[in-house]
Design a binder for this molecule. Structure first.
Ligand SMILES: *[C@@H]1O[C@H](CO)[C@@H](O)[C@H](O)[C@H]1NC(C)=O
Ligand SMILES: *[C@@H]1O[C@H](CO)[C@@H](O)[C@H](O)[C@H]1NC(C)=O
Ligand SMILES: *[C@@H]1O[C@H](CO)[C@@H](O)[C@H](O)[C@H]1NC(C)=O
Ligand SMILES: *[C@@H]1O[C@H](CO)[C@@H](O)[C@H](O)[C@H]1NC(C)=O
Ligand SMILES: *[C@@H]1O[C@H](CO)[C@@H](O)[C@H](O)[C@H]1NC(C)=O
Ligand SMILES: *[C@@H]1O[C@H](CO)[C@@H](O)[C@H](O)[C@H]1NC(C)=O
Ligand SMILES: *[C@@H]1O[C@H](CO)[C@@H](O)[C@H](O)[C@H]1NC(C)=O
Ligand SMILES: *[C@@H]1O[C@H](CO)[C@@H](O)[C@H](O)[C@H]1NC(C)=O
Ligand SMILES: *[C@@H]1O[C@H](CO)[C@@H](O)[C@H](O)[C@H]1NC(C)=O
Length: 317
């Protein structure tokens, strides 16, 4: 889910099976220059869009700190001492973004927003009612991938597979490099979903948010509070660029501790978004960290204003 974004978001309406209507021939990426996304060469006129990301070149690898899932009784729990994977998103180089770019690959049972442009006049994104996207992974025989996803790509308030379907259809369909023609004339239905899941995990595994914070003495606690600046310093040291840090919970000026404060930032640590540019295909994992742009946090900035809560009993395994 990507609900917050500062800066002007521009949405384009697309319902075709391909962003650029390209042919499925000749996408032999070892033969092409792996240009850096968002560089002057990373345009459909200068590069093969299947081999260089030319659509959503500002990538965001995003994670959650949830304290419960709401589906613990069904065995849906959180991994101990680890932030969970949210998704891998293709923003435009200027920070705006599109969503649900290919409605022929719509596997989200609860589209959010429910139109392509998020407005009542957009194209309606119909809820998906077929077999959940996890069954696609099974059909490729990748049970270990499914197991990993159930452990680290965990949803709050919905089945994990519904969340994966949401991330794929809302975000992955807006990458040029995961577009169906890129897989050639022998494309096997749903191989793009497996490719996206593996790529999202590739970046996620390089971003140990829990460990980077812990290295600076910032650990989950229901008694200690922390400062945004210290979290930003810890994550920038680990990552090499400033990520976006998102908070939920009450605004500081609405809490007893922040009475009289003019700081209206939120007070409970909840997510991080790591920005990157990639050389060639995102799938190949050659990337550069980029500072977050636009709003870099929704959290309160006052010293000691932030909670990094322990997980609820029974939610972490
Ligand atoms: C792709 O084809 C569709 C349907 O023919 C058309 O509406 C759309 O403008 C085309 N897009 C591009 C980028 O050429
Ligand atoms: C693919 O490459 C062949 C050989 O260079 C060329 O003849 C053909 O036109 C190309 N097809 C497309 C769709 O680019
Ligand atoms: C951002 O870039 C996209 C894609 O190039 C473009 O369609 C959009 O108009 C730009 N938005 C702004 C606010 O410049
Ligand atoms: C789409 O979502 C909006 C806002 O959440 C809601 O008011 C509307 O009824 C929904 N439309 C459909 C067709 O589900
Ligand atoms: C949809 O509505 C928005 C805001 O109401 C407006 O700015 C936009 O031009 C409309 N788009 C279309 C395609 O009608
Ligand atoms: C807020 O201001 C009031 C009135 O000046 C003062 O009595 C109170 O102690 C202040 N609260 C905090 C948390 O600083
Ligand atoms: C807190 O700040 C927000 C945003 O400035 C404001 O809308 C709200 O009224 C403030 N709340 C209190 C209790 O001061
Ligand atoms: C991020 O911003 C800082 C402070 O402006 C700057 O020193 C640093 O070079 C930037 N890092 C990257 C990767 O752009
Ligand atoms: C810590 O706080 C979280 C969030 O409010 C709560 O879910 C959890 O149960 C608390 N843990 C303990 C050990 O008190």
């Amino acid at each position: 889910m990507k609900l917050l974004f500062a800066g002007a978001a521009v949405f384009l309406v697309r319902a075709s099976a391909s962003l650029y209507n390209e042919s499925s021939l000749n996408h032999t990426c070892v033969l092409s220059e792996p240009y850096l996304s968002c560089s002057a060469q990373a345009t459909p006129a200068k590069a093969d869009s299947c081999c260089v990301e030319t659509y959503g070149g500002l990538l965001l690898s995003t994670q959650f700190w949830d304290t419960y899932t709401g589906l613990e009784s069904q065995g849906q729990t959180l991994p101990a001492d680890t932030w969970t994977l949210h998704g891998l998103w293709p923003d435009f180089c200027n920070g705006s973004y599109t969503q649900y770019c290919d409605l022929s690959r719509q596997y989200d049972p609860s589209p959010s927003p429910n139109t392509t442009n998020g407005l009542p006049n957009g194209t309606l994104v119909q809820p998906y009612t077929g077999p959940n996207i996890g069954t696609f992974v099974e059909r490729f025989g990748k049970y270990n991938l499914l197991e990993y996803m159930n452990k680290y790509w965990v949803s709050q308030g919905s089945a994990n597979s519904d969340f994966w379907g949401h991330e794929f259809s809302k975000h992955a369909t807006c990458f040029s490099t995961f577009d169906v023609p890129c897989y050639g004339p022998r494309y096997v239905e749903h191989e793009d979903t497996i490719d996206y899941f593996q790529t999202a995990i590739l970046y996620y595994r390089r971003l140990p948010t829990w460990g980077w914070l812990a290295a600076a003495g910032i650990r989950p606690s229901n008694t200690t509070t922390y400062s945004l600046a210290d979290m930003q310093r810890a994550l920038t040291t680990g990552y090499g660029a400033l990520p976006y840090i998102g908070c939920t919970g009450p605004r500081l000026n609405q809490t007893a501790a922040g009475a009289n404060s003019t700081d209206a930032g939120r007070t409970v640590l909840a997510e991080t978004w790591y920005y990157l540019h990639v050389f060639g295909r995102p799938q190949d994992g050659v990337s550069l960290p980029v500072n977050a742009s636009g709003s870099v946090s929704s959290c309160a900035k006052a010293p000691g204003a932030l909670h990094y809560p322990l997980r609820a009993k029974g939610s972490s395994t």
